[in-house]
Design a protein around this ligand. Structure first.
Ligand code: SF4
Ligand code: SF4
Ligand code: SF4
Length: 364
């Protein structure tokens, strides 16, 4: 049965329609959850994502892949688990223990666990091969991609921490019903203000509703660990942090990219004459690139962990404003004649007409 409410629920799983990128921007074509779902529980109706509560088996394999945290599983909070991993004293990250499926985590969670742990967190991969969720190998392949993205990030930042992978089954491991232990662990893993304060995070640091919580927690964890990271700048981006640039000549300061950025990574400068970008908030969805009519917005390689750790916004572009001598409107001045783009376009298009009128005056 399809439901039209903003939050669609199966028994334990919920999908927040308002947080989905397809809702943020009509032309967005994100299929991350669809590609992964072993039960084909998602479908697209008029380019919007719908969840079938009959097909969904609450496996949570898709949860970690959603860049905006639109997908959630009741009773297991991957953000809280990652933040408290050290305190939970689990010997490994395993679906045979308190995790529904390793797919519940994104690379961000693995980095948080590695950086906040004294020992090396190890993922139990020994059960993916025979797991019914993994029939076409998609779930395992995404889990391995996330772990590898986390390890690449950690290695690139010069950290000695990493996420290990255990490929061997241990004798005690037995397949058990999904969620039995996860639900038991829910009390421990449900995030609370007390947990966050205990971990040294102030509420103001994670109360930005537009930015996925996993990004904010990761940037705060990076801040805590900055002195242990030997390389804080990278020329490559990877799949965890992203970078943007705007062409001075092409941008018309229309503000579409700012309006449609789902995480508020793009914001207007306080004087409204430019664009600010916060790397710590960008999920690399590409909406800004797609929506820009003049192709002024481009993706760039590289990131700066100091900027990310402090959630610092960087100015991508700023213009002085000038008054157009034809229409008398303010426009972003790029040099040359004081004509706004609309008037200079008009002048170019109808240049013949102006010449004829001038010629006409001379004849008269
Ligand atoms: S992964 Fe998230 S943003 Fe992408 S289609 Fe699914 S719910 Fe929407
Ligand atoms: S970068 Fe593109 S979308 Fe953003 S303000 Fe400039 S022209 Fe508009
Ligand atoms: S800056 Fe662009 S790519 Fe990054 S979150 Fe905003 S719209 Fe998406």
């Amino acid at each position: 049965m399809m439901s039209g409410s903003f939050v669609q629920r199966s028994d334990l799983f919920s999908y927040n329609v308002l947080k989905c990128l397809r809702n943020a921007y009509h032309f967005n074509d994100c299929t991350l959850c669809i590609d992964l779902c072993p039960e084909n529980a998602f479908s697209i109706v008029r380019n919007k994502l719908m969840l079938s509560d009959i097909k969904c088996i609450d496996c949570a394999a898709c949860v970690g892949s959603c860049p905006t945290e639109a997908l959630m599983i009741r009773g297991f909070n991957p953000n809280a688990y990652a933040m408290n991993f050290n305190r939970l004293k689990e010997s490994g990250i395993s679906c045979q223990k308190s995790i529904p499926c390793l797919g519940v985590f994104d690379a961000h969670h693995y980095i948080i666990m590695a950086l906040r742990s004294f020992d090396t967190p190890t993922c139990d991969m020994a059960h993916c091969g025979e797991c019914p969720l993994n029939e076409n190998g998609a779930v395992e392949s995404v889990i391995r991609e996330k772990i590898s993205a986390a390890n690449n990030f950690l290695a690139g930042a010069g950290s000695e921490k990493y996420i290990g992978m255990n490929e061997e089954k241990s004798e005690q491991n037995e397949r058990r019903v999904f969620f039995r232990k996860a639900l038991d662990a829910a009390k421990e893993t449900l995030i609370t203000d007390a947990d966050i304060s205990a971990a040294g995070f102030e509420k103001t640091e994670y109360s930005d509703a537009d930015t996925p919580f996993k990004l904010l927690l990761l940037s705060s964890t990076v801040k805590e660990n900055l002195e242990n990271l030997k390389k804080v700048q990278s020329e490559k981006s990877g799949t965890v942090f992203f970078n943007k640039a705007v062409s001075f000549d092409l941008c018309s300061l229309c503000g579409d990219c700012i309006q449609f950025c789902p995480t508020k990574a793009l914001e207007s400068t306080t004087d409204g004459q430019g664009i600010m970008f916060t790397q710590a908030k960008c999920i690399g969805c590409g909406i800004c690139n797609h929506i820009c009519k003049t192709d002024a917005m481009v993706s760039e390689d590289g990131f700066d962990l100091v900027e990310i750790a402090h959630k610092r916004a960087r100015q991508l572009i700023r213009y002085d404003m000038a008054v157009c001598r034809e229409c008398r409107c303010y426009y972003p001045y790029k040099g040359g004649e004081a004509l706004c783009e609309r008037c200079s376009g008009f002048k170019m298009e109808f240049s013949d007409m102006f010449v004829l009128a001038k010629d006409q005056q001379i004849i008269e």
